[in-house]
Design a binder for this molecule. Structure first.
Ligand SMILES: Cc1cc2nc3c(=O)[nH]c(=O)nc-3n(C[C@H](O)[C@H](O)[C@H](O)COP(=O)(O)OP(=O)(O)OC[C@H]3O[C@@H](n4cnc5c(N)ncnc54)[C@H](O)[C@@H]3O)c2cc1C
Length: 246
């Protein structure tokens, strides 16, 4: 399949390493939670990597939340793009980390580390989670408080559905008022997350989506499995759905 040309509309800088790339490109319709591939010609070859959409499917520009990885061949270039620069994308998006893969339930838990927040913002910007789930909790785990990105957008969800939506920020490497100072698996294990979220994670009621750092994804799954939750598999519905970023 060929690639399509995209043009950078804006780069938002959150910290020295964290940024969001807004791109205009003609692509086919996609579902919230899916990803595209972005590529640049670097040296003498094309370098492409998958990136999840932050924008809901009906909104433009296309938006990708990224972190510059030390020595990372693509991110170390993407962060230097300027409005008007070209980047190539796939016309068609892929991925099964979407709400339509989840069985119905009462509660939806969205657990992210770092830039793994992106697909959840895309989902929350659609009608589907609000129509299908009574309670929604978004957990964003980062190292430093400055990495708690998209607070305005998240605040808008809180204002839209104050009784149904809850946001739990988590900062692991410094003390931050209003945030849990820990990591996601530890706070499920000791009950702090559920206390702060005012909701318990129960196999009969919960669907849990986990996105980002594979160590967090693995450790969180292990804790949840200990609580009786199972991976969602084709033909074997469970409660856990995951996306590993590397
Ligand atoms: C399905 C999918 C969706 C993805 N969506 C996003 C996204 O929306 N935003 C995003 O920033 N990345 C995302 N990634 C990761 C992305 O594809 C690249 O791997 C990343 O941007 C680094 O690219 P690179 O060429 O600079 O370095 P690489 O050589 O590709 O990566 C080097 C190392 O960097 C680390 N790393 C990779 N990604 C991250 C990350 N996000 N945060 C912290 N450390 C990381 C890993 O240790 C990896 O081995 C996604 C990956 C997958 C599989």
């Amino acid at each position: 399949m060929g690639w399509v040309k995209g043009r950078v509309r804006e780069i938002k800088r959150w910290t020295e390493r964290l940024f969001s790339l807004c791109v205009d490109a003609e692509i086919e319709p996609f579902k919230a939670g899916q990803y595209n591939r972005l590529r640049l010609f670097i040296g003498d070859e094309w370098v492409g990597r998958p990136y999840s959409y932050v924008n809901p499917p009906d909104r433009r520009p296309l938006e990708f939340h990224m972190v510059t990885v030390p020595e990372g061949p693509l991110t170390s270039r993407l962060i230097h793009l300027q409005p008007g620069d070209e980047v190539e994308l796939m016309p068609r998006s892929t991925g099964l980390f979407t709400l339509d893969q989840l069985p119905d339930a009462r509660d939806l838990w969205l657990l992210a580390t770092g830039t793994g927040l992106g697909p959840f913002l895309s989902m929350l910007g659609t009608q589907e989670p609000w129509e299908r789930f009574e309670n929604i909790r978004l957990v964003h785990s980062v190292r430093q408080a400055a990495e708690l990105t998209y607070r305005d957008r998240i605040q808008a969800f809180s204002e839209l559905a104050p009784d149904r939506f809850g946001y739990v920020p988590m900062v692991s490497r410094e003390v931050c008022e209003g945030a849990l100072c820990s990591r996601i698996p530890a706070t499920i294990e000791d009950g702090r997350l559920e206390r702060l979220a005012a909701l318990t994670i129960e196999p009969d009621h919960a669907q849990v989506m986990i996105c980002g750092n594979p160590d967090m994804v693995r450790d969180t799954q292990a804790v949840l499995k200990g609580r009786g939750l199972l991976r969602n598999r084709r033909g074997h519905p469970g409660q856990i759905t995951v996306e590993n970023y590397w």
